[in-house]
Design a protein around this ligand. Structure first.
Ligand code: ZN
Length: 431
């Protein structure tokens, strides 16, 4: 019984298979509210990796693991010697992760491959799926660490030496869970990269638009601030004689919000983590460690925000009689995606009958790293109420299906194109 080979442009994904894989991956590292916790390189991440790489092999993909645990599964193309078109995302989560962030881009890639396999369809170029290590940065900074190493923007040695929030290192944890592979580094540049992701913001839902053609990613700056004061008795120490690290930390949080509001436009600012020592009810804190996350689509304004933060910290140390040190945890400039890929995503969504708009991404994504070495772009689907990094994160099944079909058809179109990798040594290293 011979297969009837469908024209590639008529192929569509199987919604229930995609939804089922998302549900099965979400059972690894489960947390209350149907979410997941798979911090990078933990045992839970290892279990998720085994599940997804097993699915890759079941679909006949050739699976390669690089030295920092990035995993690439490749489906051969018709014409030998051509670079693959790559899709993918990440399967690590924040501690309060949902089931869609990252996972969708990887599992939709599997669904694309299964759809092609079922139709016995071939593509001119190979098609590959990647999941990148430590995209979230919740355990090891910077975020997007794996894809940064993948494109040669950070050495394997530097990545392995990164110390996490629990004192472990990337290298030790990669070795412990058995995911330091022998694949090439930097990885050979793909012909193009497309990432399907949930929007993680409210714009598409608010406007009633099905699909986002992502134009780029805003610049991001993470700073760790360490404040040193003096522990003392909360009852006997006069207010005027205190060197209170907790108060100084609170001043920073208030300043960051005021800074973002003053700069206006696209500027956002967040103090998301504060650790006090000794963290006791009746003791003035001697140490506060906190993080500042600043983002803007405009690099010049972000630099101004960083400058003002630095000046504020100098003044605050003087005012509160505390020591303040700070260091950068992550700093990436804004990224514009390839105009050809953006236009293709937009045209593909239209052809499939979906409403579509162009929009920038507020969050960082692996696609911004891949954009250093090849034409890259992203497909967004709506997030209910814009909620993400939360177990309540939700994208409706119909939207998952639309996004996966746009991914499928965008990838298929790219596999037939003549595309030259844009990588140069300088481009790889630049931000
Ligand atoms: Zn993500």
């Amino acid at each position: 019984v011979g297969n009837v080979v469908s024209p590639l442009e008529d192929l569509r994904v199987d919604r229930s298979r995609l939804v089922d894989r998302l549900a099965r991956l979400a059972t690894i590292g489960p947390i209350a509210g149907d979410g997941s916790c798979r911090l990078a390189l933990t045992d839970e991440d290892g279990a998720g990796r085994r599940l997804v790489s097993g699915w890759m092999r079941d679909l006949g993909l050739d699976v390669v693991v690089d030295p920092v645990g990035n995993v690439v599964g490749t489906r051969a193309g018709r014409q030998p010697g051509l670079a693959p078109v790559l899709c993918g995302s990440h399967i690590d989560t924040v501690a309060t992760g949902g089931r869609f962030d990252g996972n969708l881009g990887v599992l939709a890639g599997l669904e694309v491959v299964e759809t092609l396999n079922d139709a016995a369809a071939t593509t001119r170029r190979p098609l590959a799926i990647a999941f990148f290590t430590d995209e979230e940065g919740a355990r090891f900074a910077p975020d997007m660490l794996g894809s940064l190493v993948f494109v040669g923007g950070m050495t394997v040695a530097a990545a392995r030496a990164v110390v996490g929030i629990d004192g472990s290192t990337v290298g030790a944890e990669l070795d412990r869970i058995g995911w330091a592979g022998t694949g090439p580094n930097p990885f050979p540049a793909p012909a193009a990269y497309v990432e399907l992701h949930i929007e993680q913001g409210p714009v598409l839902e608010h406007e009633g638009v099905d699909v986002g053609a992502v134009t780029g990613v805003q610049a991001i700056s993470w700073t760790e601030v360490t404040i040193s004061g003096q522990s003392n008795h909360a009852g006997t120490t006069p207010m005027a004689l205190r060197h209170d690290a907790a108060v100084a930390a609170a001043e920073v949080a208030v300043f960051v919000r005021r800074l973002a509001l003053d700069l206006g436009g696209q500027q956002v600012g967040t103090v998301g983590a504060v650790t006090l020592r000794p963290n006791l009810v009746n003791v003035v804190a001697n140490t506060a460690a906190l993080t500042v996350d600043l983002r803007n689509t405009d690099e010049a304004v972000l630099e101004e925000a960083e400058r003002r933060l630095g000046a504020f910290l100098v003044a605050l140390a003087e005012q509160e009689g505390v020591g303040i040190k700070w260091r950068s945890l992550a700093r990436f400039g804004p990224v514009d995606f390839d105009p050809g890929v953006v236009a293709l995503v937009e045209a593909t969504a239209r052809r499939l009958g979906h409403s579509v708009r162009r929009l920038p991404s507020g969050a960082g994504h692996d696609a911004q790293m891949l954009a250093r070495v090849c034409p890259a772009g992203m497909v967004f689907v709506p997030s209910v109420a814009g909620i993400s990094h939360n177990p309540a994160e939700l994208t409706h099944d119909a939207d998952l299906e639309r996004g996966a079909n746009v991914l499928l058809q965008t990838l298929v179109a790219l596999t037939e194109r003549d595309l030259a990798p844009t990588a140069t040594a300088a481009a790889r290293a630049s931000s």
